[in-house]
Design a protein around this ligand. Structure first.
Ligand code: NCD
Length: 309
């Protein structure tokens, strides 16, 4: 396969295994490029990309912007807090005004589930979902899988546990889809109140004992508690959460194997993970960030090819 089977990157749910293989193969090439002294290729000189962030972001926004610049695309940035959205403009009007300036690709993060799908039906541009509410975050899941593949050689047959606030996490759902598509076994672990009721129907194992979950897995992907999406209390206190679900060195040492630790960031040090663990040689957290740029370059490059054909 040399072309993606999708017109936009809206979620992992819409991808096939072959799409992921193609994205990874393309990312391998771009990873080599970004490690050269001149980290840039002229591939996208004719393409203009708008990054629309209606929700806060550090890593994802910078990573997309860097990926776009390393492909030599023209880039414009928009963040909702400083825009006419606060004056009552609709999403479609905002985006159509941006498109009138001849934009080819929109990268969008939005607090509403399905915002990317909605936009893809109403405007004439390629849409990349950079996170829609608590739904999907496809580029994060792709860079996570790519980082596991890099560390362990393959995803097939590997055991991955996703730990923490599964209920409010778009990283969790996209990871579940991506990992299963590549033949990995997936478990979720967290307080019962932070595990969605339907979660087992996705074909994942469910565990509430952190020690058992870590003992089972090859890789633990640790998530932040998403306080900003909570309108009620889901657990008694952060201190209790840390005692029951926090990953510390003693816990890792008590296992009879060495597991890989991942985190999409931002980390709340001392809450879901201690500094010793986050900075240990078992953690591949900064590799994930590095790979994020190569993965995003690959996706943008593959979607831009469709514009030209
Ligand atoms: C995640 C997100 O925004 O969904 N972060 C990220 O994109 N790297 C996870 C989080 O906010 O905890």
């Amino acid at each position: 396969m040399t072309k993606l089977s999708v017109e936009h990157l809206l979620g992992i749910k819409y991808l096939k295994k072959q799409d992921i293989d193609l994205i990874f193969k393309t990312a391998d090439h771009f990873k080599e490029v970004i490690n050269r002294p001149i980290k840039k290729v002229p591939s996208l000189r004719d393409i203009t990309i708008a990054n629309l962030f209606f929700e806060n972001s550090t890593r994802t926004k910078l990573s997309f912007e860097l990926a776009e610049k390393r492909l030599s695309a023209d880039v414009i940035n928009f963040s909702s807090s400083q825009s006419s959205v606060t004056k009552g403009e609709t999403l479609i009007d905002t985006v159509n005004n941006i498109l009138a300036m001849k934009v080819d690709i929109i990268v969008m993060r939005h607090p509403n589930v399905g915002a990317g799908v909605f936009l893809s039906k109403h405007v004439n541009a390629k849409i990349i979902n950079a996170g829609d509410g608590a739904h999907e975050h496809p580029t994060q899941a792709l860079l996570d899988s790519y980082s596991i593949r890099e560390k362990l050689g393959t995803l097939k047959g590997k055991k991955i546990v996703i730990i923490g606030d599964i209920l409010h996490s778009r990283v969790a759902l996209s990871n579940i889809y991506a990992l299963q598509l590549q033949g990995a076994e997936v478990m979720v672990c967290g307080p019962t109140t932070l595990l969605p009721k339907y979660i087992a129907s996705l074909g994942v194992k469910v565990e509430t004992n952190i020690k058992k979950a870590l003992q089972w897995c090859d890789v633990a992907n640790v998530l932040r508690v998403q306080h900003e999406r909570m309108d009620i209390k889901y657990f008694p206190s952060i201190r209790e959460y840390t005692q029951l679900f926090g990953i510390n060195l003693d816990l890792l040492k008590s296992l009879d194997k060495k597991i890989v630790i991942m985190h999409p960031g931002p980390i709340n040090r001392g809450v879901e993970i201690t500094s010793e663990v986050a900075d240990s040689d078992q953690a591949i957290i900064l590799n994930q960030v590095e790979n994020g740029v190569a993965i995003r370059m690959a996706i943008i490059y593959l979607l831009a090819q469709q514009i030209r054909n």
